[in-house]
Design a protein around this ligand. Sequence first.
Ligand code: APR
Length: 248
Amino acid sequence: MDLENALKTAADIIKKSNYLIALTGAGISVESGIPDFRSAGGLWEKYDPAVYAHIDSFRRNPEMIWEMLFDMIDLTKNARPNPAHIALAELEKKGILKAVITQNIDNLHQEAGSLNVIEFHGNAHRLECLECHYEEPVESPDFGRKPPRCPQCGKIMKPQVVFFGEMIPPDALLESQMLANSADAILVVGTSAVVYPASSIPYIAKQNRAKVIEMNVERTAITGSITDVFIQGKVGHTLPRLLELVCS
Ligand code: APR
């Protein structure tokens, strides 16, 4: 199926659906200037995720992990929502999209105007103390490249994002599963769909007979299996076009 036909098929599905949800991943923010994790040149080429993204490493050597976090902050601090984030916010405003479940921690869906956003892996704009559980929001997570310390107990704080070895926030997990159970259509946008349990969300939806519309620059683990319509291309272009067709 060529791109325009795939978009039209997806738009028809969405027009007929009563409960559309979206699962997004790092790919939706690439056109905002934030590299994804697994494509060539991604952050995990420089930092081994088994080491740098694991909570045990943070507990052992938070200063070392903050070096990687500061690099991540440098990449994300000037990022703004792109047309793909804005198209999803627009679909929600029109009452068509019920919720965005995102694996991203960059806050760009909220900045684009999405209201019902479930943050599966947390948000880098909040800090938490693993020692005394103090939490605080942060305007700009920069800290002059010095790891921030807890104002209560003095330990180095951690961004409230989910590291490997940590639990998904229980509310986010439960709500995402409930949404996937209610959905009759799901947009799977810019994710390699390999990191569990976020990767289970499209499967839960599919089990409940939801149509799976996948939008990615390349095929993924789900493309040949549960995807009903595959829209290949950069989502900064394809999502606004899909919105146009849904609203026509
Ligand atoms: N448009 C559409 N898709 C894109 C674009 C784009 N402009 N750019 C990249 N992609 C696709 C890539 O082809 C890839 O399939 O986005 C996907 C990004 O995949 P990953 O880098 O694996 O990111 P993600 O799926 O979000 O990773 C999940 O892994 O380590 C973690 O916690 C981290 O939340 C993250 C999780």
